[in-house]
Write a protein that binds this ligand. Structure first.
Ligand code: NAD
Length: 249
């Protein structure tokens, strides 16, 4: 074991792929709302445990981080993957929808950072990696609220990178394009319901955003995260690493 990776949203999708990718070399703590997917993911890994908490509840998240550190020692790598996506035209984006997405996608990341940063600073080493999005770097029609939250989280990470530059802690964002996960499955179902297109047509429409004309595999995002967490990326901080087949450049 070379460190302790704490992954929010670790029970499904990109977070689960990151857990599998990091588990051979690290103890892994999985944080999310539902115990079942966390425990299921953890059960397949070498040294891993689930800690149920909602990232928007600072006290519950603090308790989860405390329990995780009691089990595996101080967190050395934070991967903030918990996120939600809701779609609507900007003209119809209700404040409540926007607030909910900000609570998870921005405050949830901030809450996690604030809990692990003091320990990383004391240790003189840490890796903070937010799973942001291509929506941190460009707009998408009908996803203005989501794009606003993902632009915001990149602003947090870039600023944090400057604040931690002399401390041994790096802060970066990975920015996936449409990825083959539960979140995209929900988007496909939404498109199908709203437009009458078939599942295959809806999936192809999302894949078309990527010049490679395919969805991104969660493992591809996990590989970028593993590199950012490793010694080879010691000079990489404040970056938005797109994993998107050339969709943004
Ligand atoms: P996903 O739905 O499988 O993963 C999101 C995870 O976050 C789930 O496990 C969910 O339970 C958890 N979560 C949501 N709200 C939470 C809360 N309040 N507290 C704790 N956990 C919570 O989908 P995914 O695609 O793996 O998403 C992971 C991240 O990647 C998200 O931040 C998402 O915005 C981002 N992303 C996804 C795509 C895509 O196309 N799927 C593209 C770019 C970025």
């Amino acid at each position: 074991m070379t460190g302790h990776v704490l992954i929010t949203g670790g029970g499904t999708g990109i977070g689960r792929a990151v857990a599998a990718s990091m588990a051979p070399a690290h103890a892994v703590s999985l944080v999310g709302r539902r115990a079942a997917p966390l425990d299921q993911t953890a059960s397949g890994l070498r040294e891993a445990r689930g800690f149920a908490a909602d990232v928007t509840d600072p006290a519950a998240l603090a308790e989860a981080v405390r329990a995780a550190e009691a089990a595996f020692g101080p967190v050395t790598v934070l991967v903030a993957a918990a996120g939600i996506s809701q779609t609507a035209p900007v003209a119809k984006t209700a404040p409540e929808m926007l607030r909910r997405m900000f609570a998870v996608n921005v405050e949830g990341v901030l809450n996690a950072i604030q809990l692990v940063l003091p320990g990383m600073t004391d240790a003189g080493f840490g890796r903070i990696i937010a799973v942001a999005s291509t929506a941190s770097l460009k707009g998408y029609a009908y996803a203005g609220g989501y794009a606003a939250t993902k632009h915001a989280v990149l602003g947090l990470i870039r600023s944090l990178a400057l604040e931690t530059a002399k401390t041994g802690v790096t802060a970066n964002a990975v920015c996936p394009g449409f990825a083959d996960t539960e979140m995209t499955a929900a988007s496909i179902a939404n498109i199908t319901a709203k437009t009458g297109r078939s599942d295959d047509e809806a999936r192809a429409a999302l894949a078309k955003n990527n010049p490679m004309a395919r969805l991104i595999a969660p493992d591809e995002v996990a590989d970028a995260v593993r590199w950012l967490a490793g010694p080879a990326a010691a000079s990489i901080t404040g970056q938005a690493i797109a994993v998107a087949g050339g969709e943004v450049m």
